[in-house]
Every structure is written in structure tokens, then in C-alpha cells.
Design a protein around this ligand. Structure first.
Ligand SMILES: [Zn+2]
Length: 593
């Protein structure tokens, strides 16, 4: 952000600016709410934080600062939004800031960045063919990819080098442009300046991400190693002037003609699944990348079709994201069918084991969303007792309410009543009511957040230097005792917040679902937590982790006894004694408070 934009942001009042477009009412000490201008709704799920200067919609996940609001609502590029906000706040514009040379420079930069990505793609492709790429070629062959398939998707290999790509591209652009490409990293120096750039992607299989016109704008790198040193399995380009994760659907460039012909899009979860399905001739396939759909992505897809066949299990690890995607698509009026593959296989494995004909048959046999959900309700709450029926119905009601068409809601409710064998007049009436009224917002999973998580999140989001000691306490705990935090639903958000430097808390959490949790906590906060609050939250987690570890140990001890492994038994018993003692200590500490 330019200095001028920074100044404007500091002086602008986001509440006033947004009030220029929609009606807001005060909803808390520091926040306002209103009807979201970015999706249709009848009860407000759009919030604005007056102090932290962000907005967030719990219905459609729209989120950002004053500029992003204006960009979205006025449909203008960023520099124009800065100008609009400056004018609204009576801040004089510096002459040269928005003159046309500036805009010319911007479009020159975009062209340059596209050129760099093209050259990088060619470089990675070349490396894949070279001697260093053998391991990657072997991996890809193992996944059933032919050389033609590799060529189609322009898959490559980033060598184990800090300067391979840099040396290749350094003649093409200045340092600033290279940095802006997202292809390189650099370390912050002691004096706050950035050091030399080096290759961001190393020792990874490289999957290019293209925009709708097929130009490469970013990459996903997959490591072939396991263990601590390998880093995350998948590693993406950061947000750049070319690439914004929430605006891209993987493979839409190649799939769009086929989507129009088939009159539906097949939606799979991972890029590898997508590639594999596409190369077997099912070309109307696109992928989310493990995160929930955003509204711009839905809008992008709607230009091509209103029908989606979803092939991922909404119940698995990425389930939350999958479920949210389906909910958003439903709310936006898409017709959705769901494929479940035998044996819980993913599309890639299914095709390799059963063949492409079996997969096509599975897609043809996709069930309507209603049938699928009713079946799930019956599986989750089996039996014919009234209690089970109520539970099954409660599970279905929110799904029914979410459908925008009354006809579809009626149909769904009728099917549910029939298939669940609901004969009670009361339950039937509830179903009828659900069909009558459409629910306006997707519920956030607030209930899944514990008080401990809320305290930690608020501590990590502290920006006031006075609360620095609370913040540091939380940062250190997240960094050093990862095991205590890993099982939390907010772990990704906590980690991102702990790693933020001077940036705004709302800017560092990328995943929309996680960001919604952060927004919810920040909108509800009155004051940042004190040090002792943070300390006892951490202690609570330590205690829980200890209890879990003790439970594991008891299992290991029983096993060692069965095997007659006395050496192991002695070690485990000693560990258990120590943990028992530690747990008692923690509990005593709590009693004293
Ligand atoms: Zn919204």
C-alpha cells in the first residue's frame, strides 16, 4: 500500500464510509451491523468494527478494510477506491499519485508479472525433464500421469536451489517486480529492510494455476518429502497483483467449454484429483483447493452453469470447507447433486482402481442433495423411535431453510417426512414452516469455539503496545507448545495470528471460515485479555493435553504388559508417574486461583 493510501486509511472512518451505502445500526460497544450489500438477506449478518476498521459478513464471508469495501461495491480498481475514500473524507489528492502514468505503470507491472510467470513455468517444465526431475517424474508416473498429461497441465519441478529460478529471471525485471511476483522470498534484515531474494519454491512438484484465459498467475508446489523438514505438503503462491486465491477456480480455463456442453460442473476437492479426472476425458471438472467457496468464485461459475455435481465427502477433514461451499452454492440457487464413491475412495484412486467407465457411472448416479442429506440423517440417527426422528429432522431443517426456491423446499420437506416416516402432526408442521420460510444466513460455527480459544485469539490480536505482555505470552505458547493447540478448530487462525508482524489481525487469516471465527471474536470483544487470563487459558490447554497423553500412555502400558516387554514398561510407567504429578500440579494451581 502506498504512503498516501496508508494515510487515507488511517484518517478514514470505515463506519461513515459504509453508512454512505447502507444503513448501519449500533450493535455493540465498538461494532455496527446492517444488511449485507453483497448478498441477498433479510436479517443482518454484516458487521463493521469501528475500532479495528474492518467489515465482515457472516453470510457470504465478504471481509476486508475500507478500500476493499469500496472496490467491491463500486466495482473499481484499488487506486480508484483510495481516491474515492480520500474524497469522501476530504483528504486532498496528491497530483501525481493517480495520474495516468501511475496507472500505466500498474498495467506494465501486470504484463511483466505475467511474463515472469510464463518464464517460470517454462523453467520448471525444463527442470522436470532434466536429471534432477527424475524423482518427480517417478511420482507423477505413479499417479498415472503420462508425458502428454504433464504437458497439458504444464507440471514442473522446482529444483533444490535457492537461486535457480532467480538466476533465470533476474535479467527480465528489477528486484521490486521480482518481489511482487510472489515467486521469491527474502528475509527481513535487522534494520527492517528486506534482504536478497531467493527462490520461494524448492524441491517441489509445481502445478501452475491459470486465470480464466489460461495464463499462469500462480503456483502450487507439492513436496515429495515427509517429516519435519519438508514443510507443508502443499505450498501456494501468496496473494499478488495477479493472483487472489478467492477469485480463481482451478482448471476453469480448460473446463469451461466442457462445462457449458455438459451443462454442469464437476467439483472435486484437490488439484491432483482434478487433473486426473480431466485427463481421463471428463473435462468439465474444476477444483476448490481445500478452502470454502467464496462469493466471487460462485459468481465466476454461474457465468457458465447453474448445476454442480460435487464429488467430495462433506464429512471428511476438509468437511467444514466442503459443507460451507455446498451451503453457499445452495443459497445462491445452484442445483446440486452429490456423488459418493464406494469405499470412500477419492476420484483419482477410484478411477485408477475401477476405471473411468465406473466413474462416469457414479457421476450419472449422483443423488440430489435432498436425497443425500435424508440418507445421512437416517444413517446418523437410525431407528424409528420418536427421539431419533426429532434428531434427524433437526439435522435437516437448516438445510431445507437454506434453499431459495419454495418449490424445492416443499419437495425436500415432503421427501423428508415420507422417508423418515414422520407421522406426528407437530413435526410435520415444523417441516412445513421450514419450507415456508427461507433462512437468511449461514450459521457460523460459534458454538465450536471454547472460551479458551476466544481468550487466546483476543490476546493474539492485540495491537495496543500496552497489551504486549499478554500478546507475547500467547505467541510464545503457540510457537513452543504446538501440540497443545493442534486439535483446536481455530488452530490455523491462531497460528496465523501468532505469526503476524505489524499487520492487521484480519489481514493475516486467509481461510474464509477461519477469518469468520476471528471476526466473530473481535466483534464481541470489549477489552483485550489480561496476562493472567491468557496464562490460565494456556494452562487449561496444557491440562487437556496432559490428560490426553495420559490416556494414550495407559493404552501403551497395557500393550507393553501384554507383550511382556518389561524394559518398555519401565520407561512408560516412569513417564506416566511424571505426567500424573504434572497434572496434579496443574490442578492444584487452578484450585488456588
Ligand atoms: Zn454478505
Amino acid at each position: 500500500m502506498s504512503d498516501f493510501a496508508q494515510t487515507v486509511k488511517q484518517q478514514a472512518d470505515i463506519v461513515k464510509v459504509i453508512e454512505g451505502y447502507i444503513r448501519l445500526r449500533k450493535a455493540g460497544a465498538q461494532n455496527y451491523s446492517g444488511l449485507c450489500p453483497f448478498h441477498k438477506e433479510k436479517s443482518p449478518s454484516f458487521s463493521v468494527h469501528a475500532v479495528r476498521q474492518f467489515y465482515h459478513c457472516f453470510g457470504c464471508q465478504a471481509s476486508g478494510d475500507v478500500f476493499s469495501f469500496v472496490v467491491k461495491i463500486e466495482n473499481v480498481p484499488f487506486p480508484e477506491a483510495v481516491r474515492i475514500v480520500a474524497q469522501k473524507c476530504g483528504i486532498p489528492l496528491p497530483k501525481r499519485e493517480f495520474s495516468s502514468p501511475e496507472q500505466a505503470a500498474e498495467s506494465r507491472q501486470r504484463a511483466k508479472l505475467l511474463e515472469l510467470h510464463e518464464a517460470a513455468t517454462a523453467f520448471f517444465e525444463e527442470q522436470l525433464r532434466g536429471p534432477e526431475g527424475a524423482v518427480a517424474r517417478e511420482y507423477l508416473a505413479g499417479r498415472g500421469l503420462t508425458p502428454e498429461g504433464i504437458k497439458t497441465f504444464r507440471i514442473g519441478w522446482a529444483p533444490d536451489s535457492f537461486n535457480g529460478l532467480r538466476d533465470r529471471l533476474s535479467g527480465m525485471a528489477d528486484d521490486e517486480t521480482l518481489r511482487a511476483s510472489g515467486l521469491f522470498s527474502s528475509k527481513e534484515q535487522g534494520d527492517g529492510t528486506l534482504g536478497h531474494i531467493y527462490d520461494r519454491f524448492r524441491k517441489r512438484v509445481m502445478f501452475p494455476i491459470a486465470n480464466e484465459s489460461g495464463r499462469v498467475i500462480a503456483f502450487t508446489g507439492r513436496t515429495l518429502e515427509t517429516g519435519e523438514k519438508a514443510g507443508p505438503k502443499y505450498f501456494n503462491s501468496p496473494e499478488t497483483p495477479l493472483y487472489s486465491k478467492s477469485l480463481v477456480l482451478f482448471n476453469l480455463d480448460k473446463a469451461r467449454t466442457a462445462i457449458r456442453q455438459a451443462e454442469f460442473a464437476l467439483l472435486v476437492e484437490g488439484q491432483m484429483d482434478c487433473i486426473s479426472v480431466y485427463l481421463r476425458g471428463i473435462q468439465n471438472v474444476i477444483a476448490t483447493s481445500g478452502t470454502a467457496f467464496t462469493e466471487p468464485q460462485v459468481a465466476l461459475l454461474r457465468r457458465h452453469t447453474g448445476n454442480v455435481v460435487v464429488n467430495f465427502d462433506p464429512d471428511t477433514a476438509g468437511g467444514n470447507a466442503a459443507e460451507k461451499s455446498i451451503a453457499l452454492l445452495t443459497e445462491e440457487g445452484f442445483t446440486i447433486k452429490i456423488v459418493t464413491l464406494d469405499g470412500g475412495l477419492d476420484p483419482d484412486r477410484f478411477i485408477r482402481e475401477r476405471g473411468v467407465e465406473a466413474y462416469v457411472a457414479a457421476i450419472r448416479g449422483a443423488r440430489s442433495q435432498a436425497d443425500y442429506l435424508i440418507e445421512r440423517a437416517r444413517a446418523a440417527f437410525p431407528g424409528a423411535s420418536p427421539e431419533q426422528k426429532v434428531k434427524a429432522m433437526n439435522y435437516l431443517l437448516p438445510h431445507i431453510r437454506r434453499m431459495p426456491e419454495k418449490l424445492a423446499r416443499d419437495q425436500f420437506a415432503g421427501d423428508a417426512a415420507q422417508k423418515l416416516g414422520i407421522d406426528s402432526a407437530v413435526l410435520r408442521e415444523e417441516l412445513r414452516q421450514a419450507a415456508l420460510k427461507r433462512r437468511d444466513r449461514i450459521e457460523t460455527r460459534a458454538s465450536a469455539m471454547t472460551e479458551v480459544e476466544r481468550v487466546l485469539m483476543r490476546a493474539l490480536a492485540i495491537t495496543d503496545p500496552e497489551g504486549e505482555s499478554s500478546r507475547r505470552l500467547a505467541v510464545e505458547a503457540v510457537g513452543r507448545q504446538t501440540a497443545w493447540f493442534e486439535h483446536l478448530g481455530t488452530f490455523a487462525a491462531l497460528q496465523a495470528l501468532a505469526g503476524r508482524k505489524a499487520s492487521d489481525p484480519m489481514d493475516v487469516v486467509e481461510d474464509p471460515a477461519q477469518r469468520a471465527l476471528v471476526a466473530e471474536v473481535l466483534l464481541a470483544e470489549t477489552k483485550p485479555p489480561e496476562e493472567n487470563e491468557v496464562a490460565s487459558a494456556i494452562q487449561e490447554l496444557e491440562e487437556r493435553a496432559t490428560v490426553v497423553r495420559l490416556r494414550d500412555l495407559r493404552v501403551f502400558i497395557a500393550e507393553a504388559e501384554r507383550r511382556g516387554d518389561f524394559a518398555e514398561l519401565a520407561v512408560l510407567t516412569q513417564q506416566k508417574l511424571e505426567l500424573d504429578r504434572a497434572l496434579r500440579g496443574l490442578q492444584q494451581l487452578k484450585d488456588r486461583v
